[in-house]
Write a protein that binds this ligand. Structure first.
Ligand code: GLU
Length: 324
């Protein structure tokens, strides 16, 4: 039975509080850390330390076109110099295909998956032809209108694998709470549509890998950049289908460039310098400012890296009230 068919609206208030906190930073090694990715790393580290929890690093290298393994030691060195040490050896998504495969099998047995032969162009055309009731999701992504949903195409042959997300008769819409952004809502059927778990080129999609890994690593809290917040409903949907525990989410502020664009490798953001204590202090100071922690000036003038981080943990704890 399709568990989404008798479901039109789900409100998710994720658990929190009593279970042992496990957080993570999940960089994609497509370049060194820049001030935006350091702010995200710092936010997830501070939240883990403020909860006296564990903090893990996961190398998200499933997209082999974008990732280069030679960046991994650089990223780990930048983190270490900034005092952000993981509590276990990092895991690499490229070595975890067996986990994604078994989650895919589970979803397939539930009748949740189908093969899709549509190109991006086909999807855009289908969306244009559909009535105006089909909204465009935030971020300019074109929702998938379900062209291949009932065709029963065979898998392989350059076809993607999609997971079902409600239907036009019974749209699936989710409401959940983000610790920073408050109550969030997304109509997955209209704003996203059935989404890809395995790409046409055979690579695992981010949505599946991240959900499987968060569950397998026992992650309880996700702290990441605000640019990723619109993925949350997709990830909650997959967690539900796979009977995984729910997570708590906090989407942290982004570091923007002068044109108010998110800093990224694509817009030429420089690597953070970590070759001296002064350089590290300056990188951490910028990151805490981006996170709006408002630490007093003398922290950066008088304290060691370790003491500055300890002060930042205290301020973070006050701000995000981890016991709530
Ligand atoms: N790998 C993603 C990135 O580097 C982060 C994914 C996540 O935190 O869920 O942007």
């Amino acid at each position: 039975m399709d568990p989404t068919t008798n479901l039109t609206h789900r409100t998710i208030f994720t658990r929190g509080g009593t279970q042992r906190y496990v957080g993570r930073f999940a960089p994609s090694p497509s370049g060194p850390l820049h001030s935006g990715s350091l702010a995200t790393a710092l936010a997830s580290w501070l939240d883990a330390r403020a909860h006296e929890g564990r903090w893990l690093v996961r190398i998200e290298d499933v997209d082999t076109d974008r990732c280069d393994p030679s960046w991994v030691p650089v990223i780990l060195e930048q983190l270490a110099r900034c005092g952000l040490q993981a509590d276990a050896e990092p895991v690499w998504q490229s070595q975890r295909s067996h986990l994604y495969e078994s989650a895919l099998d589970q979803l397939s047995e539930q009748g949740q998956l189908y093969a899709c032969g549509c190109s991006r162009h086909d999807i855009r055309l289908a969306c244009q032809h559909l009535s105006s009731s089909h909204a465009t999701s935030e971020g300019g992504e074109t929702p998938y209108t379900g062209t291949c949903r009932d065709l029963g195409l065979a898998t392989g042959n350059g076809r993607a694998i999609r997971v079902r997300c409600g239907s036009s008769f019974q749209p699936l819409s989710l409401t959940w709470e983000d610790r920073r952004l408050g109550l969030q809502h997304q109509n997955l059927t209209q704003q996203v549509g059935d989404f890809v778990l395995k790409r046409r080129d055979g690579l695992w999609a981010y949505q599946l890998a991240v959900v499987v890994d968060d569950a397998e690593q026992g992650i309880t809290h996700v702290v990441r950049g605000e640019d990723l917040y619109s993925n949350t409903a997709r990830q909650i949907h997959l967690q539900h289908l796979l009977s995984y525990p729910m997570l708590r989410y906090l989407h942290a502020p982004l570091v923007l460039d002068e044109q108010h664009r998110k800093l990224s490798k694509h817009t030429g953001a420089p690597a953070i310098a970590v070759n001296s204590t002064a350089a590290v202090m300056s990188a951490l100071r910028n990151a805490t400012e981006a996170l709006q922690l408002g630490l007093p000036d003398e922290v950066w003038r008088r304290q060691s890296i370790g003491d500055a981080l300890a002060t930042a943990v205290k301020v973070w704890r006050q701000q995000w009230n981890p016991m709530a």
